[in-house]
Every structure is written in structure tokens, then in C-alpha cells.
Design a protein around this ligand. Structure first.
Ligand code: NAD
Length: 277
């Protein structure tokens, strides 16, 4: 999509971090914005309106199909329908694969994977109908490599990468003008290391082992010392939408670990630990 001015973007996870930055960056392009989040988006709403474009906001849980559908309807009713959709909301509980509680598996699959599936099911038919638009799914480098200690997170992000690749092929097969990108950043300073704040009541949390608490500390440190800001990543997303670029790899240094995984697969040898490369 070359021309963004006057068009509409819908962003989930818009209250904080990458979602907030994407909402603001698309508003800077003159787009009207639909904001969705379980958390309050009123400050980003005000910041967007101050840029002279329109905004609507909805409190929604992306793991619930009806709520994502209602979000797509709201964008249609109030702003004329989304052209760009950023399926971005995410959480990141940690834990070794066998220690992760059922509640955490359900929570993270619900938000990080079902949230994107619902976004695709609600928005893509609308984009196809107008034969214009772009879908941006937020995965992670953890969708291309498999760092230990975050198995549930990796599962959701690998799934988002393959969902996005498949969607891309399906749209190309139909000669649709709708584009797709998958965003795969490494560490960016946002609220992701504190995603426990959004844990829904009633889902059993993983029992925190010493090792897990140490990893949590490492994650918090890595996230807070990320060199690229959320605004830098959001600018890269806007550029990718304009250029219709599929993979958005914001941290090129990670390509060594990606290459190692690809080689290990092709050579049929045991995978090397990406954290020790
Ligand atoms: N920050 C990083 O280092 C990093 C790296 C790679 C990928 N990501 C991905 O980026 C995306 C955005 O995360 P972030 O880093 O900006 O973290 P963040 O915590 O700052 O933002 C996540 C947003 O998602 C919202 N959210 C959580 N559960 C929700 C739900 N059920 N329904 C609707 N909204 C919900 C939160 O309220 C929050 O506003 C996530 O998918 C994350 O996995 C982040």
C-alpha cells in the first residue's frame, strides 16, 4: 500500500509498547486509527486525536472471537473499515516446556495465536472484498528460532510465522491486492517482560522455579536494554507496508542464529542452542 493518508489502521495491543508505537506511526502518515486492547488506551487515543486524525477505541480480549469481530465491525461503522490490520497483542509467560502450567499454555495460545487467528478471520474477508489492504502479524525472532525457557511463547510465534506465510500464498494464488507482513523483532524495550499484569483471573499460573525467576530477570534486562526503540520498529513496519515487504526482521544480527537453524535442518543434525551462538 503506497498511499496511507486518509485510510484506516486497526491495531491490537495498542495500549503499550509496539502496538502503541505502530498506532502513532500510522497516525503520523495521516491514517485514522482503531485501537484495541484489554488495557485502557485513553492516553494513546488522545495522542492520536492531537495529530488531527480520527480514532476509535475498544476494550477487547483478542483471545475471544466475538470481541475481535466486534472490533472489525466498530472500525467499519465508525471509520469506514480497516485497510491495515496489526494483529499485535501478546504476552510472554516463561517456563520450561514441561513445567509451564496448563493455564499459561491456554493463556499464551489464546492471546498470541488465537488472537492472530481471530484477527485474520474477521479482517481478511473484509480486505479481500475491497481488494486493498495489508495485514501485519506480530511474531518475534522466537518465531524463527527456538530459545530455551520460553517454549510456549516460541510455539505461538512459530505458528504466527507459518500462518502469515500461508496467508500470503493464499492471497497471491487468488491474485489479491491484499499484502501480508510478519514482524519478527528481537528485544525491544516495552512492557512485554511484565505481561503478568494482563493475566486473566482463573487460569492457573506456572509455579516459579529458581531457574525461571533467573530467566525472568534476564528477559527483563534484555528487553530494557534493547537498542531499537518501539518507535524505530513501528517506522520499519510502516515502511514494510508501503513497500509490501513480507518479512520484517528489525534486528539483522539475529540472522546468524536463523541461518544456523536452517543449516541444522538441511543437514539433519541436532539443533544448536540459539542463545549460545
Ligand atoms: N518487546 C519485545 O522485545 C518483543 C520482541 C518480539 C516480539 N514482541 C511481540 O510484540 C507484541 C507487542 O508486545 P510489546 O512488546 O509491545 O509488549 P507490551 O506488554 O508493551 O504490549 C502488549 C499489549 O498487548 C495487550 N494485551 C495483552 N493481552 C491482551 C489480550 N488478551 N487482548 C488484547 N490486548 C492484550 C497489553 O495490554 C499491551 O498493551 C507481542 O506480540 C510480543 O510478543 C515483542
Amino acid at each position: 500500500m503506497k498511499e496511507l493518508k486518509g485510510k484506516v489502521v486497526a491495531v491490537t495491543g495498542a495500549a503499550s509498547g509496539l502496538g502503541r508505537a505502530m498506532a502513532l506511526a500510522f497516525a503520523d502518515e495521516g491514517m485514522n486509527v482503531a485501537l484495541g486492547d484489554v488495557a485502557d488506551t485513553s492516553d494513546v487515543f488522545a495522542a492520536i486525536e492531537a495529530k488531527g486524525v480520527s480514532a476509535v477505541a475498544m476494550k477487547l480480549d483478542v483471545s475471544k472471537a466475538q470481541e475481535v469481530e466486534a472490533f472489525a465491525e466498530l472500525a467499519e461503522k465508525e471509520l469506514g473499515g480497516a485497510h491495515v490490520v496489526c494483529n499485535n497483542a501478546g504476552v510472554s509467560p516463561l517456563g520450561a516446556t514441561w513445567e509451564t502450567s496448563l493455564g499459561d499454555w491456554q493463556w499464551i495460545l489464546g492471546v498470541n495465536l488465537w488472537g492472530v487467528i481471530h484477527g485474520v478471520r474477521s479482517f481478511v474477508p473484509r480486505l479481500m472484498k475491497r481488494n486493498e489492504g495489508h495485514v501485519v502479524n506480530t511474531a518475534s525472532v522466537a518465531g524463527i528460532i527456538s530459545p530455551p525457557g520460553s517454549g510456549a511463547y516460541n510455539v505461538t510465534k512459530h505458528a504466527v510465522v507459518t500462518l502469515s506465510e500461508t496467508l500470503h500464498h493464499e492471497l497471491r494464488e487468488r491474485s489479491s491486492a491484499v499484502g501480508v507482513s510478519v514482524l519478527c523483532p528481537a528485544y525491544v524495550p516495552t512492557g512485554i517482560a511484565d505481561s503478568e499484569r494482563n493475566r486473566p483471573a482463573g487460569l492457573e499460573a506456572t509455579v516459579k522455579t529458581k531457574e525461571m525467576l533467573a530467566r525472568q530477570q534476564m528477559l527483563r534486562k534484555a528487553v530494557s536494554s534493547g537498542r531499537l526503540s518501539a518507535d524505530d520498529v513501528a517506522k520499519a513496519v510502516v515502511q514494510a507496508v508501503k513497500e509490501n515487504r513480507f518479512y520484517i526482521l528489525t534486528h539483522p544480527r539475529i540472522k546468524g542464529a536463523i541461518g544456523a537453524r536452517m543449516e541444522d535442518i538441511l543437514q539433519e543434525r541436532p539443533p544448536r542452542n540459539p542463545m549460545s551462538l
